[in-house]
Design a binder for this molecule. Structure first.
Ligand SMILES: *Cc1c(COP(=O)(O)O)cnc(C)c1O
Length: 421
């Protein structure tokens, strides 16, 4: 559920007509709903009620500080995957003891940043990383709290680029080697082992892969405890999918996911962390774009928009579907027609949808890409010297630009010409 709805024939974000935002900030732009962000965070928080838990928002999904502040104020922790994300979360006011640090390639600098600023735990992914983290922590006179990310070798049944829990993926250590890797961790002076971490992928639309993974984590917890390790925290990753195509997708709900966690892991008495990103932010954001031209091809009509693959890369990168709807609600019963919906970038990959049925549109009309809140703005670029598009946050009847569109001068002046030219 989200808060982008038609009212009086106009698509609104909460109580604000999107046409009004477009008139003020120009198109294209991203727009997020505070009410939807809040609702999604609370669904997870409530799904784990009765267990000691922390919902750590995976901020790589949408990392604007206004979003982080909104969630942080509700009590959310953050899952960060770089030193930059760590600093951004702190700048947004999230305390270090609510931040977990994930990722396969943490550098010494990033470890130092997090240890100096305060960190809930590192989710360590390899033996070499463990050695380095121990050395860095020891040099700083600190103990780094860690979980070790295990790779449970389950098929998350999602797009290959976002599956992370199969043995061929680069993530975590094979669960079959957990005993020796935990023994090594326990022997390193700068590390304090506190738990287990697992994250099997993204846009997961069935519970079964989670069940398989979490059953393995439960078994591993008991095995490691028997070996004398203190396993008090289980970080279960993120990955729950969202319905991108509303007409025919119904992924599991956070309540069902929470029940599965209780069922598979509740008896262990561990503190539970989860790291949802997409489900918190995905349907809390849309991208609004304007039709520049309607172009007739040989056998099809092209809708050429002012938004492009550099603004929203998911269709080009993951063959992702986004529902695209007109901002002005079409009259009831109007006949739809097929369009190829494209952006202005000089690549055929700059195609958002092929033969998409839409009510007729004309130059100047606005359209909204639904479910664009996660992995949208954060993956955008200035390819073709197109400015990063603004982000706007709505709260009831108010809205604010939370990242302005850069001017061409700002963009161009970032380059420097070397002295020999
Ligand atoms: C990307 C990522 C997540 C979030 O995944 P979503 O599909 O956005 O929920 C959580 N944990 C880790 C370690 C990740 O890399």
């Amino acid at each position: 559920m989200d808060h982008f709805i038609y009212r009086d024939g106009q698509l609104h974000a909460e109580d604000v007509p999107l046409a009004e935002i477009a008139a003020e900030v120009g198109t294209p732009f991203y727009c997020y709903s505070t009410a939807t962000l809040t609702r999604h965070y609370r669904l997870f928080d409530e799904a784990l009620a009765g267990m000691d838990h922390l919902v750590c928002y995976a901020m790589k999904a949408a990392s604007n500080q206004a979003i982080l502040r909104t969630l942080g104020d509700l009590g959310a922790g953050m899952d960060v995957v770089s030193g930059g994300e760590y600093l951004r979360a702190r700048a947004a006011g999230v305390p270090g003891d609510r931040i977990v640090f994930s990722g396969v390639g943490k550098t010494r600098d990033e470890m130092q940043t997090a240890l100096a600023g305060g960190i809930r735990q590192f989710n360590v992914e390899s033996e070499p990383e463990m050695q380095v983290l121990s050395a860095v922590a020891k040099d700083m006179g600190k103990m780094a709290p860690i979980t070790i990310r295990v790779n449970p070798d389950v098929d998350a049944k999602t797009h290959a680029k976002i599956a992370t829990g199969k043995s061929e993926n680069k993530f975590g250590i094979p669960i079959s080697r957990a005993r020796e890797v935990y023994a090594l961790a326990a022997s390193l002076p700068g590390l304090k082992v506190i738990g287990i971490d697992v994250h099997i992928g993204s846009q997961i639309t069935e519970l079964e892969p989670y069940r398989l993974a979490y059953e393995k984590v439960a078994e591993l917890t008991e095995m490691l405890r028997a070996e004398g390790h203190e396993i008090k925290r289980l970080d279960l990753g993120g990955g729950l999918g969202i319905p991108y195509e509303r007409s025919n997708e119904a992924p599991p709900l956070p309540t069902e996911y929470g029940a599965l966690i209780k069922d598979t892991l509740g008896h262990l008495g561990c503190e539970i962390e989860i790291e949802p990103g997409r489900l918190v932010a995905g349907n809390a954001g849309i991208m609004v774009s304007k039709v520049i031209y309607v172009k007739s091809g040989e056998d099809r009509e092209f809708l050429i928009l002012d938004g492009a693959m550099n603004d929203l890369i998911r269709p080009a990168m993951y063959d992702a579907h986004h529902d695209i709807i007109p901002v002005a609600e079409p009259a009831a019963g109007v006949e739809q027609q097929p369009y190829d919906i494209v952006g202005p970038v000089c690549e055929s990959g700059d195609t958002f949808a092929k033969q998409r049925m839409m009510a007729p549109l004309a130059t100047g009309d606005l359209v909204a890409f639904r479910s664009a809140g996660a992995y949208g703005a954060v993956m955008s670029s200035e390819y073709n010297t197109r400015p990063l598009i603004p982000e706007v946050l709505v709260h009831e009847h108010q809205f604010a630009v939370i990242r302005p569109r850069p001017t061409f001068d700002e963009m161009i002046n970032r380059d420097t010409i070397p002295p020999w030219l």
